[in-house]
Design a binder for this molecule. Structure first.
Ligand code: ADP
Ligand code: MG
Length: 695
């Protein structure tokens, strides 16, 4: 009976929260009332006072307390925007866009005017913009042009607890900028209480806490470890849904594929239940078109429960109101440098305890909630790391190295990192840049390297663009690079797989996925960039429009850089050679029937069934690839057939040709000498890292 009593107590408490949260009053609150209801509003004056009195402060507050949407507006209202923009950085593009939209609504202005956002390849700001949301990568690139960030009167580094690679580099740069510019305000925000590290980093600056308003969350662990988290999440969600208790549901999944499957299976299973109440299932992940992303914030129709299926974007970056149940798969996707394949790979990893706690907290914003953890308590305690390893310590740093070098930071080991990257990371990245010709033997930026920095692209792609000019195929390579900057353009609707595959085959150029992409774009252009043409050919019209925007922006940079833009017409071998010049370090050789192995590591790698080279009865001896995707097997993605000769010519440090002439032997010897010189330099660098660590 006592158990019963407790249960009913809990239920009563629960219902009180529910009715508060969903009362008609709450629904009808005006935008202004909503703003005033946020926890940060209660401390607005104190906060502004601390900002007035200090140049740098750390602001800590629960997710949803109003840091991201309100701080910029407060600074604007206080007049800070009279002397420059208020900039707010986000680790995620989705967050930058979505929050800018929200703030422009709150201020009742058109998005892109007073309030705007800027993300890679998409600048939605104007001369009127005073509040600018952007990815941290954008501000980093802006600092190349404007080391003192003169256009800004204040910078808010949001979501600092995420410790994204670019945020970490910004930390080091901004620490110097605030030293040089006493008039610049810097606010670092974090959702977690562990702010002392940030405060330390800037020289014991004050930390301001926004008092939270949270409700208790019941934590329910799995009894046994879960085999299939998608299946477990679906079962748990349906069980919650069928109890009939009110409150929306938030499911955390590692990535897009799992989210899509979860949404499908949820719909299927619910359809099997007799007279199941309706459930509004809404996915959210970074590649989702923005109109669909916006849906998660909309109120569901009266009496219909909402179920948001999200990546860890909903952990702290975006807050959906009304969530009372969280179902946590316990996994997320992380980019981690994989030494076996010599590059970064996006893979699924268990979350950290910090992630886990943030996720469960999402259930207690509007009332008491429940979090179902699809892992055992033992796993939580023994197997999850306390916090996630910062990105700077686990990924390839080639872009960062390039950027810092061009900012004049010659000695990366002297750069002030909050947590220095492991020496191997720096050395690997420097090696990659040296291989591409962006660094010389002494680790200095070459002319090529200096030009590569100008492009917001990964080093191989920027190299491909620059090399293409000399080969006379820059107009064509520009299209290829633009196409590669957008996620897959082909779609394969359910029930019409065969139709779409047939059409796709018609576009395929047998020796190259890159040329296939070029072909698609050229056909689209011939068809006057028509949307209906896309739809007829199972191509995402939206993605193609995006390609066109990327194309326009890269073209502008090429023009600024005075790189001639010329087409080679149908001389496609030249383009393949150009592709080879950027990807020779990612080459595979035919071994047996349709089987490939990596030229450098001997590791098997496979053609993806969607590749133009797959099953065409034509299997070239050598191929290069854009990236490796690791699912059931290691698949090469975006593959182009190349000549063995080209590999030896363009990548002499890796490859030789047996029947080569004396000249080539000599060239190779020279390259190897350079390589050992480079290694020597790196050892010295290593030595000095070790010493600086010991200091
Ligand atoms: P924090 O940054 O402290 O986590 P935010 O400023 O992001 O908090 O969120 C404050 C409030 O604004 C939350 O209640 C959230 O639901 C709301 N909000 C934020 N973005 C949107 C949006 N695009 N649409 C509707 N509401 C939003
Ligand atoms: Mg925020």
């Amino acid at each position: 009976d006592e158990q019963n009593y407790k249960e009913s107590q809990r239920f009563a408490e629960h219902m009180k929260g529910v009715s508060e949260a969903t009362s008609e009053f709450a629904k009808k609150r005006t935008m202004k009332q909503q703003r005033q209801y946020l926890p940060v509003f209660a401390v607005r004056q104190d906060l502004l006072q601390v900002i007035r009195e200090n140049q740098v402060i750390i602001v800590v507050g629960e997710t949803g307390s109003g840091k991201t949407t309100q701080l910029t507006q407060y600074l604007h209202e206080e007049g800070y925007t009279k002397y420059g923009m208020v900039g707010c950085t986000q680790p995620r593009r989705v967050a930058a866009m979505s929050v800018a939209k929200r703030v422009s609504d709150e201020m009742n202005v058109e998005l892109g005017k007073e309030v705007g956002y800027s993300i890679r390849f998409e600048d939605c700001t104007s001369a009127d913009t005073v509040i600018k949301y952007m990815t941290d990568g954008i501000l980093l690139r802006e600092s190349l042009r404007e080391p003192d960030l003169d256009h800004y009167s204040a910078i808010i580094m949001d979501e600092a607890h995420e410790r994204s690679l670019n945020t970490d580099v910004l930390f080091g740069l901004l620490r110097d900028v605030v030293g040089r510019r006493q008039d610049l305000k810097l606010i670092v925000t974090s959702a977690t209480m562990d702010a002392s590290k940030f405060s330390n980093f800037f020289g014991e600056v004050p930390t301001f806490n926004i008092p939270g308003r949270t409700f208790p969350v019941d934590l329910l662990f799995a009894k046994n470890s879960v085999e299939d988290y998608v299946d477990a999440a679906v079962k748990q969600t349906i069980q919650i849904h069928l109890t009939g208790n009110p409150g929306d549901i938030l499911i955390f999944m590692p990535g897009q594929e799992d989210i899509e499957i979860t949404c499908e299976v949820l719909a299927e299973r619910l359809a099997e239940v007799d007279e199941a109440p309706e459930l509004l299932v809404l996915p959210i992940y970074s590649q989702l078109p923005s109109d669909l992303q916006a849906k998660i914030f909309q109120k569901s129709p009266e009496g219909i429960r909402k179920c948001v299926v999200a990546t860890n974007i909903a952990e702290t970056s975006l807050t959906v109101d009304g969530i009372m149940y969280v179902v946590d798969s316990g996994y997320c996707k992380l980019k981690v440098y994989n030494p076996r394949i010599g590059m970064d790979a996006l893979q699924i990893y268990p979350i950290s305890q910090a992630n886990s706690n943030q996720r469960s907290g999402r259930a207690g914003r509007t009332g008491p909630g429940t979090c179902y953890r699809l892992y055992t308590e033992r796993q939580y305690k023994n197997e999850l790391l306390t916090t996630t390893v910062p990105e700077i310590q686990r990924t390839n740093l080639a872009n960062v190295v390039l950027l810092l070098k061009s900012l004049g930071v010659d000695d990366l080991l002297q750069f002030h990192f909050m947590d220095p990257p492991p020496q191997d990371n720096i050395l690997n990245s420097m090696f990659q840049l040296w291989v591409l010709g962006a660094l010389d033997n002494t680790g200095q930026l070459t002319d090529l390297g200096r030009q590569m920095v100008e492009f917001p692209l990964d080093p191989p792609l920027s190299k491909m663009l620059i090399v293409s000019a000399g080969l006379g195929c820059s107009a064509d390579v520009l299209i290829i690079v633009s196409m590669l900057s957008v996620p897959s353009i082909f779609f394969r609707p359910k029930g019409r797989e065969e139709d779409s595959d047939n059409i796709r085959e018609k576009f395929q150029v047998p020796e190259s996925d890159h040329l296939t992409l070029l072909h698609v774009y050229n056909q689209w252009r011939v068809n006057k960039y028509s949307s209906s043409w896309c739809t007829d050919h199972f191509i995402h019209a939206k993605a193609m429009r995006r390609v066109r925007e990327v194309h326009a922006q890269l073209k502008e940079i090429m023009e600024q850089q005075k790189i001639p833009i010329v087409s080679c017409g149908t001389e496609w071998d030249i383009i393949r050679k150009c592709i080879c010049s950027a990807y020779f370090h990612q080459a595979a050789r035919l071994k047996g029937l349709g089987e490939y192995v990596n030229c450098r590591t001997g590791m098997p790698c496979h053609l993806h069934p969607t590749s133009a080279l797959f099953g065409m009865g034509y299997t070239p001896d050598y191929v290069v690839y854009h990236e490796l995707v690791m699912t059931a097997k290691e698949y090469m993605q975006n593959v182009t057939a190349v000549d063995g000769q080209w590999l030896a010519e363009l990548g002499p440090m890796f490859y030789s040709v047996k029947e080569s002439g004396a000249g080539r032997v000599q060239k190779r010897r020279q390259a190897q000498e350079h390589m050992s010189q480079m290694e020597e330099e790196m050892k010295l660098a290593q030595e000095s890292i070790r010493m600086s660590h010991e200091e």
